[in-house]
Write a new protein. Sequence first.
Length: 171
Amino acid sequence: MRLQQKLRSMHRMKQPTYLLSALLMSASVAFAAPVVLEQPLPALTLQDQHTQPWGVKSDTRLVVFAAGRKPSNLVMEVLGAQAKGFLESRQAVYVADMSRMPGFVTRTFALPALREQPFAVGVNLDDKQLADWPRQEDAITLIRLEGGRVSSIAYVRTAAELKTALGITTP
């Protein structure tokens, strides 16, 4: 009898916890802000491809943002050829917006492929989280930061342009 009472009590305690969690999650989505020149980069609450907490560090100078298959493939082509620690050495991070990808494709193909990479990727699966981030069709968005503030926003569409932006020189 006491066990049943404890279980009922625990069940009642979980309901407010679930409600609070849902409210906090919806609040973080509701406060997702656009990227604006001369303003701080909006805080991100993402996970990497290994489901570990991921964020943009205060010393980051470049955010490489890909939304869509073609830009993501281009980023992977360029970054996949680099040594481990390459992004960190450039004070750069990569954010992949996978929110429009079907869940089956994300779980079965995209995330396993990302897990093989020697760099962390901030993975966005929520269609509202980065909805206000700057993007152009079939382009990679490059967000330059100075002291945490957005100093420029540019778009690249080729491997050569991305390599130049990342300071990769080809012999």
